[in-house]
Structure formats: structure tokens, C-alpha cells
Write a protein that binds this ligand. Structure first.
Ligand code: GH3
Ligand code: MG
Ligand code: MG
Ligand code: MG
Length: 311
């Protein structure tokens, strides 16, 4: 069994020191304090597995200390009371006040050692429980991240985009703010894949996504993979004038990647087309409607020669 961290609280210096020594000899780590106030202060710093608590102390009784500890620290750490009294009523009261056990002073060596063993079992279970719940929390965090993330590009996925678009529509509708939505499609991506291979195609999408992430990661901005080689950007509280600048910026940032594309009839590097809409939602628009509208605008950009945006 592993050693415990024991917080020992007793106002009588000699008794405290003797007991501390015995506990240390049994292999435990001991923090010994002489008053209830000190115990309450030390508790969170020391993070004990067990508290040995003298009942009768001048400033604050052991039962009062136990009560306070139980209120302040909901995670249950065993408390064993120490007392010169062995009346049943005293024992019953101490347990009622949040104690787990009761030892009569002077504490018998054998009794002490065996009670400590029982407490070690509890400490061991507590540690295991804590580890398990930490692991569970980690797994939960990972899962909730994965649920909203596109595996290839690490951008937000369609699921997250759908959810945000609905939220944005109703929020901007309520507050009368402009919302901007940009749909982006990689130009001539099928010939890119055919010529350079699917793996290189994936790398190209990752590079494009990297630029989207870089350019649209502020609060109120969402960069997501809509599907295939298509992406959608949402920009909160953004009107058309500002949105045009964003589209220009994005076009330039994709171009500066200078990814060679020998099969493009638009350029000799990878380019994108963008369809953009900026509007003040009524709040009644559906996400399906908006995808359809922005897709039509994107189609115009394709028709007009690609590597451009249409608003
Ligand atoms: P346009 O300029 O009109 O957009 O032409 P395009 O060739 O880009 O259009 P099209 O929609 O015909 O081609 C899209 C291609 O994107 C086809 C598909 O194989 C490829 N694609 C979709 N998702 C992925 C992916 O995850 N990885 C790779 N490597 N290719 C993908
Ligand atoms: Mg005392
Ligand atoms: Mg496409
Ligand atoms: Mg395309």
C-alpha cells in the first residue's frame, strides 16, 4: 500500500510530536499543526489523504474544524477524531459532525496501525477514482473536439458549420447586424487530383485550409470545410465593404502558397473561386436556403473565369 499524506491536528505540542513521529515511522508523510485555523489553512495546500483531528482544542474544536472542511472541500477525505473521552455520545456526535472514525488517546499502537491500514484502502480507492475521472474527462474533451472537427483539414466540419450558421442567422436577425458568408471552391481540383494524385490533393486541401484558419480565427469568425474541396467562412457583424476586403485578402493568401498546378486553365498555380453574401438576416432564413444562395454566387465566379470572388 502506498504512503498517505496525513494532516495531524492537535493543540498539545508533545502529543502532536509523538504521534507525528509514529506516523512517519509507519512510512507516511505528515503535516502537523497546532490549531483548527492552521488545519483549515494548510488543508488545500497539503492535499491530505487522511486527517487526524483532536476534538478538544482551545480556539476551535475538532468537530467545528471537521464541519468547515466538509463545507469547503466536498471531495471526501477521511477524518479520524482523537479524544481523551470515550463516552458513546461523544463518539456518535463526532461521527455525525463528519468524522469517519474515532480514536481514544493515548492511542494504542496496534489499533492505530490497523485503522491506518483501513484508511489506506480508502485513499487507494480515492486515487483510482480520481485517475479514472480524469481520464474520462480527457476522453470527453477529445470526443467533443472530434465531433466538430474535419479529420483531414482540422477545420470545423460541416456539422459545426450548420450549427453556427443557424445560431448566427438568429443572433444577427435579433440584433440587426450584418452577417457575411463566403463559399470557397478550389479551381480545377479534379484535374489536380488526376495529375498529382489523391495524396497530393489531400495536401493541397490542407494547405488551403491552413490559410483559411490563419485568416479567419478571430472571435466571431468560423472557417469550415463544407465538403470535398469546398469551404465556408462565416464572419459575424461584417458588411459587404469589409467582406470584399476579406475576399481579396483570402485570394492573395491562397496565391502566395504558389502550389503548382500544371493542369489548370486559369493559372499555373492553385487558385480558388469565392461566392460571397453579406446581409442583415431577418432571422427566418434557413441554412439550406443560404447554402443554395451562396453556391449560386460562387457559380458566377466560376463562370466569370475563376480565381476571383463575386459578391
Ligand atoms: P471547378 O474549377 O469547376 O471547381 O472544377 P473542379 O475540378 O474543382 O470541380 P469538381 O467538383 O469536378 O472536382 C472536385 C474534385 O475534388 C473531385 C474530387 O475527387 C475531389 N475531392 C473531393 N474531396 C477530396 C478529398 O478529400 N481529397 C482529395 N484529394 N480530393 C477530393
Ligand atoms: Mg486537545
Ligand atoms: Mg466543387
Ligand atoms: Mg472545384
Amino acid at each position: 500500500m502506498e504512503a498517505m499524506r496525513i494532516l495531524l491536528v492537535d493543540d498539545v505540542h508533545l502529543e502532536r510530536m509523538q504521534l507525528a513521529m509514529r506516523l512517519q515511522r509507519l512510512g507516511h508523510v505528515v503535516e502537523a499543526v497546532g490549531s483548527g485555523m492552521d488545519a483549515i489553512e494548510k488543508y488545500p495546500l497539503f492535499d491530505p489523504d487522511l486527517v487526524l483531528l483532536d476534538v478538544s482544542m482551545p480556539d476551535m474544536s475538532g468537530t467545528e474544524v471537521a464541519e468547515q472542511l466538509r463545507i469547503k472541500h466536498p471531495e471526501w477525505v477521511p477524518i479520524i477524531f482523537l479524544s481523551g473521552h470515550d463516552e458513546p455520545e461523544m463518539i456518535a456526535k463526532a461521527i455525525d459532525m463528519g468524522g469517519d472514525d474515532y480514536l481514544v488517546k493515548p492511542v494504542n499502537k496496534i489499533v492505530l496501525a490497523s485503522k491506518l491500514k483501513a484508511m489506506q484502502r480508502i485513499a487507494h480507492m480515492r486515487h483510482q477514482l480520481k485517475q479514472a475521472s480524469e481520464k474520462l474527462e480527457e476522453a470527453n474533451d477529445l470526443l467533443s473536439k472530434q465531433v466538430n472537427e474535419d479529420g483531414l483539414t482540422k477545420l470545423a466540419n460541416r456539422r459545426y458549420l450548420d450549427q453556427k450558421l443557424e445560431e448566427f442567422i438568429s443572433w444577427h436577425g435579433r440584433n440587426n447586424f450584418s452577417l457575411t458568408m463566403i463559399m470557397i471552391d478550389v479551381d480545377h481540383f479534379k484535374p489536380y487530383n488526376d495529375h498529382y494524385g489523391h495524396l497530393e490533393g489531400d495536401r493541397c486541401l490542407q494547405a488551403v485550409a491552413g490559410e483559411l484558419k490563419k485568416n479567419f480565427s478571430r472571435a466571431g469568425e468560423v472557417a469550415a470545410r463544407y465538403g470535398g474541396e469546398e469551404f465556408v467562412i462565416l464572419i459575424s457583424n461584417c458588411d459587404k465593404t469589409k467582406a470584399v476586403r476579406e475576399c481579396e485578402r483570402l485570394k492573395a493568401s491562397i496565391q502566395q502558397l504558389e502550389i503548382p498546378h500544371s493542369k489548370s486553365t486559369t493559372s499555373d498555380i492553385v487558385t480558388v473561386s469565392q461566392g460571397m453574401v453579406s446581409w442583415v438576416p431577418t432571422g427566418l432564413e434557413t441554412k439550406e436556403n443560404m447554402y443554395e444562395i451562396v453556391d449560386k454566387v460562387l457559380y458566377k465566379a466560376k463562370e466569370q473565369g475563376r480565381n476571383r470572388f463575386v459578391a
